[in-house]
Design a protein around this ligand. Sequence first.
Ligand code: MG
Length: 404
Amino acid sequence: MDQITIRNVRVFVTAPRNINLVVVKVETSEPELYGYGCATFTWRYKAVVTAIEEYLAPMLKGWPVDDIEDLWQTMMGSSYWRNGPVLNNAISGVDEALWDIKGKQARMPLYSLLGGKCRAGIPVYRHADGRCVEEVEECIRRYMEEGYRYIRCHMGTYGGNFDGTRQTMVKPQGAPQGAYFHPRMYMDSVYQLFDHIRREIGWDIEIMHDVHERLSLSETLEFARELQQYRLFFLEDSLDPQHGEFFKVLRAQTSVPLAMGELFTNPAEWMPLVQNRWIDFIRVHLSDIGGLTPARKLAHFCEAYGVRTAWHGPSDLSPVGMAVQMHLDLNSHNFGIQEFSGFTEQEEAVFPGCPQVRDGYAYVNDRPGTGVDFDEAEAAKFPPVEPDSAWLFPRLPDGTPVRP
Ligand code: MG
């Protein structure tokens, strides 16, 4: 039997939800055999496109599709310097497309290829937000009516998004523009929010909160202590990823379950947190670590240490990428929860075969591979957009730029 080889690697950028998504198509020497992968790094998508078109595509032409492990290691090593989000996303696009192809060759859905299911449905959580506690409550109740039982609760987006008009946030003269936030105001507003939620909605839902790495260790210690009474499902990304050792202190002082990792791009970042059992949930963004090949290894690594998975599932992840991690969710015994941002009608039209959610559980279809296709003509109706990136420029009250 002739070896099936990579004929071409193509990249598409489409924005059916006004968010730029990067989709990679690997075409093979068999005219009808191809696969799709997610390479969405929405804030630097042109750099990812260049990395694929200028470097990976020419290198991969003619290589056999079969040995995904070999191809992943070769792509990772081929730039010498590695593990950054641009190159990891480029590799992910190809990697996930190769898994899609392997599933189609085997005539198996990806979860089956990975070893089969160990759960019937995938519990997902949604993100609730609003400008005041009443708006957040309304948003939570809407999700509950749709059948969701896990909800991440926020007020005024990340960091509270206080606009500086309140008397308590006085900005200095000449303070530059930015998404100003005040750690004390933010923390106090979250205490009020969670108190309101438990009082008005009760204890039948699981709630979580995402700090977006905006608090210091001492602030996080107070934050976790105050929130402990509201029985969180987890507290997410409460500390800066470069201060992983701080989790040792946090772990020792709180019983609030800790989730961490959506900004991780390098195994050196997550290994100590997992090995020391300083966190309860790992939540990397699959394409930011290089796709399914490293993610399944990470899932197994976490299983050995009793850490559960909670993969990052924002709207700047294509339905192809969402499907890939849901196949992994079905197979991973140490699955914890899946973040889900819903799909718009336009996304479902561009990506036929999107996973479906009923009563708070997600289901993939049983077609071979990821089960998600890509309608190129439909995608072309949604060209790249100039995204609103204001939230990427947060500042402290005195004007200091901080990370989002
Ligand atoms: Mg997050």
